[in-house]
Design a protein around this ligand. Structure first.
Ligand SMILES: [Zn+2]
Ligand SMILES: [Zn+2]
Length: 177
């Protein structure tokens, strides 16, 4: 009872264990560990990223699962509907929680994938359905593209060309005719 097989905060282990039990799944340490990494992300990670973060967050006396175990665990959780897989533009497959309907915002700079709750885009989806005659469900998923917060910061570090105070802003009068 007092053992911490997952090597994580007992409160986190407890909460995620409940989530697994509610779905009739065994509370294996590897499942709890993978979900504990993905839960605060609100987005998607590749198996390699999950593995990296997992190794970093486990307590020192805990043997982290190997990459193959993480891969198997992720696959099982997808089969059970806890996670869902997303592969964009032939890139690596990433995994995110499937618990709430969501769309995805993808960073065109670094490839980070953030989840956007479906309800925030429901009226956009209705308009898209009306305009395209496609049957689009919340689960179908929209993919939005832009810059993630970290990459926005990088852009500002290099001087934002759209900043009105920037002397490099192009004068409309100089545009080629
Ligand atoms: Zn997702
Ligand atoms: Zn980014």
């Amino acid at each position: 009872m007092t053992s911490k097989p997952s090597g994580l905060d007992p409160a986190v282990t407890e909460r995620i264990g409940e989530l697994l039990r509610a779905r009739g799944l065994r509370r294996m340490p590897s499942r709890i560990q993978v979900l504990a990494v993905l839960e605060p992300v609100n987005g998607h990670l590749s198996v390699a990223e999950i593995y990296q973060r997992l190794t970093a967050c486990l307590s020192a006396d805990t043997q982290p699962p190997d990459l193959a175990t993480v891969y198997r665990t992720v696959t099982t959780l997808v089969d059970q509907g806890v996670l869902h897989a997303l592969t964009l533009d032939g890139g690596v497959t990433t995994y995110g929680l499937a618990t709430a309907p969501h769309h995805h915002a993808v960073c065109t700079q670094c490839g980070a994938i953030i989840e956007v709750p479906a309800r925030q885009l429901s009226s956009a989806l209705e308009h898209a359905m009306a305009g395209s005659s496609f049957a689009l469900s919340e689960r179908a998923g929209l993919t939005l593209r832009g810059l993630c917060p970290a990459c926005q910061d990088n852009v500002q570090d290099f001087g934002d060309a759209t900043d009105p105070r920037s002397p490099r802003r192009r004068d409309p009068a100089q545009r080629r005719r």
